[in-house]
Design a protein. Structure first.
Length: 195
């Protein structure tokens, strides 16, 4: 999490998690080690970092369902709820698919290619970390393009590779953040159309 005034001043926010089957545990089976403590620590850290944001009321409102998700004791519930509330706040109209409910082969790249295909997507956006291990062959076999994704390196996006999206939300507010995301998507679409 980055400080509101300085995105280069950041610290880790972690939720201690128990993996019942060890490293092979899927996220849907991962358990929060102490849900009440994790909820209090997470809420306190967000409050501390973003208490001076002019958008703190919107942040608090949107995070209420996330705090409730901690009560489930499941890491997946917190991850899914936090993602959904942020997407809803920004006006995203897409469809959420749950990977565990879709058919997919084992193996990292095969699984991702199968899930991308099940989502009827023609392109898989891959971050820089994933590009180091991703095998493009399963994607190519399904006619799926693998595209590297890098956020812009200037403006509000300069810190996007290191800090949570909450920083941009606290800094800009929901309406301005949604507008900047739309402008970025529109600019990319224009460049692709011109190519």
């Amino acid at each position: 999490m980055a400080a509101l005034e300085d995105a280069d001043r950041w610290r880790w926010l972690s939720i201690p998690t128990h993996l019942p089957q060890g490293r092979q545990t899927s996220i849907r089976d991962a358990l929060i080690a102490d849900p009440a403590l994790a909820r209090r620590r997470t809420a306190a850290m967000i409050r501390q970092e973003y208490r001076t944001s002019p958008h703190r009321a919107a942040l608090q409102t949107v995070l209420e369902p996330v705090w409730a998700a901690f009560d489930s004791g499941r890491t997946a519930a917190v991850a899914e709820t936090s993602t959904r509330v942020l997407l809803d706040l920004l006006g995203w109209q897409g469809r959420v698919l749950t990977a565990s409910r879709l058919p997919a082969r084992p193996g990292r790249s095969q699984r991702l290619a199968d899930l991308t295909n099940e989502a009827s997507a023609g392109t898989y956006l891959c971050g820089t970390g994933g590009m180091t291990y991703l095998d493009p062959a399963p994607f190519a076999a399904r006619g799926i393009t693998v595209a590297p994704f890098l956020p812009p390196a200037a403006g509000i996006w300069a810190s996007a590779r290191r800090v949570t999206a909450l920083w941009a939300l606290a800094h800009l507010g929901p309406a301005d953040l949604a507008a900047q995301l739309r402008a970025f998507a529109d600019a990319r679409a224009s460049l692709q159309a011109a190519a």
